[in-house]
Design a binder for this molecule. Structure first.
Ligand code: 16G
Length: 168
């Protein structure tokens, strides 16, 4: 990532297939107005999230300093909207001499922008960030069909270790 941030904290990115209308940056409180929830709805159920709910959650994530890093891709033209997002969550541990552990969550690219390596960019940034923040490991959960995609960034299915959960 040799490119530098401009005064708005944005990095211009230009996939081969488009004009230079995309920037990479951190999530902002005002992104609710840039169709952020519509984007997340292409990943899973979002429910009815009002602007107030979004802002409260954003503020609470920001107060948990050093815990949530949401990276987004904004499309400037023809219409400003968020077309990609990934969140790196940092968990603080007692083990391993008070280690940090990363989790990559809610990776999504807008259906109109798939096939342009934007997911790759988000994953590379989230993964490099987890390493540079000092995480001893970083993990993610994904569907079988995405194992190959995530393996290109160094993620591996861990034999003998199972992902277990229950839904409420
Ligand atoms: C996927 C996501 C996870 C997200 C979940 C939502 C990645 C790498 N994994 O597992 O972060 O929270 O889907 O699905 O993006 P759910 O609403 O069914 O839990």
């Amino acid at each position: 990532f040799a490119k530098t941030l401009n005064e708005r904290g944005e990095i211009s990115i230009s996939p081969a297939t488009s004009e230079d209308s995309l920037v990479l940056r951190a999530l902002r409180r005002s992104d609710y107005h840039l169709e952020y929830m519509e984007l997340l709805s292409q990943l899973t159920v979002v429910g009815a999230v009002t602007q107030d709910m979004f802002e409260k959650r954003f503020d609470s994530m920001r107060r948990a300093e050093g815990s949530y890093y949401t990276i987004v891709i904004e499309e400037k033209l023809p219409k400003r909207r968020i077309v990609g997002s990934a969140t790196l969550v940092i968990e603080q541990k007692f083990i391993r001499a008070t280690a940090l552990r990363g989790r990559v969550e809610d990776v999504v690219v807008h259906r109109d922008r798939r096939g342009q390596d934007l997911g790759k960019l988000l994953m590379e940034v989230a993964t490099v960030l987890s390493k540079s923040l000092g995480c001893y490991k970083v993990s993610l959960e994904c569907k079988d069909r995405l194992v190959e995609f995530y393996s290109q960034f160094g993620y591996q299915v861990d034999p003998g270790n199972n992902y277990m959960m229950q839904r409420f």
